[in-house]
Design a protein around this ligand. Sequence first.
Ligand code: ADP
Ligand code: ASP
Ligand code: MG
Length: 406
Amino acid sequence: MARIVMKFGGTSVADMTRIKAVAERVKREVDAGNEVAVVVSAMSGETNKLVAYAREAAPMHDAREYDAVVASGEQVTAGLTALALQAIGVNARSWLGWQIPLRTDGVHGKARILGIDTDDLIKRMKDGQFPVVAGFQGLGPDNRITTLGRGGSDTSAVALAAALHADRCDIFTDVDGVYTTDPRIVTKARKLDKITYEEMLEMASLGAKVLQTRSVELAMNHGVRVQVLSSFMDAPGTLVVDEGEIVEQQVVSGIAYSKDEAKITLVKVADRPGIAAGIFGPLADAAINVDMIVQNVSEDGKSTDLTFTVTKVDLDRTVQVLESRKAELAYKAITPDPNVVKISVIGVGMRSHAGVAQTMFKTLADRGINIQVISTSEIKISVLINEEYTELALRALHTAYGLDAA
Ligand code: ADP
Ligand code: ASP
Ligand code: MG
């Protein structure tokens, strides 16, 4: 007998037919004698709809009420899934975040899980009940509903698996595993049997939304065995594992892209000590995260161009903050550009191989794609390019690194 957490994403619970199929899939594990806890997302499209309602009600919405609205999608699917399970003879019961309780901090809209009180859940499970937990939601310090950020049901599932000391955490989704890159864009993308926690963490944080970044972090820190697999077919998925479990290591394991970035150039900003602090200090104070940064060599020794990226949603605010500092920073102009994409190649093999960056630069150059900003770390190289070349760049790089499926 094993203890398993099974998480079903939005497309897997998109309608009643799918929810019944989920119930059958869960029943198989139940019939095999396993202790199963289920975590569900909202029906696909539902959270987007709820977010749009909140925006329409008030563009600068109160984050507490935003959470009260958007958390409701998961309440519906938790109840429906419990009903569908009961209908086929499984003793299921729905659980909302506050009922468990799953405690979070008070950062509404992207709360972090502080702890899960599993006493009650475990007691019920021992009595033969199968919990169906509403993903994405928790209970804040002031006893109000919080949500864990978009894609947060993955994190609910992994956190629950860690708290329950589950043997496995299966993440059921609309693709049959983690691919070398987004299979919806690159048809030659290859499914990986295994990927290391570290690589998955980079893939997720650099844009591959198949797992929420925080869920991978939690899995890595708690040694949770995560498998990503399809809820539409019966086939093994991708296991997220420690590096030691990977036998044949590729130099580049995957390629991710993110269209969430926007670029800002400050033209002819004064080139003297303290200017960078004068720019990035106020942005940090405004809780704006800056990602990539390049400063050009100054031609006249007095002024230079400085380019950096922020998330698209922060672009307007960033411009406002900088405009309010124009006198002090003495720049000539601000040029914001939301039409960019960040493409990243990732692989732990990069630590011991040279020439990975050169392949990336040459491949893009051969396609006439201009690189606007570059950033690197031990196991990844990211470039910023014009958004219109996303698909071309992904496909070319996928081929260049020998990742194409046969
Ligand atoms: P769910 O609703 O089940 O949580 P998501 O839409 O959040 O599903 O995540 C699955 C999607 O992630 C896939 O449909 C795919 O388009 C996308 N994706 C991006 N990069 C990858 C990748 N490297 N491997 C697999 N899927 C990826
Ligand atoms: N329903 C939430 C979202 O769409 C959480 C999730 O699907 O993981 O972001
Ligand atoms: Mg998801």
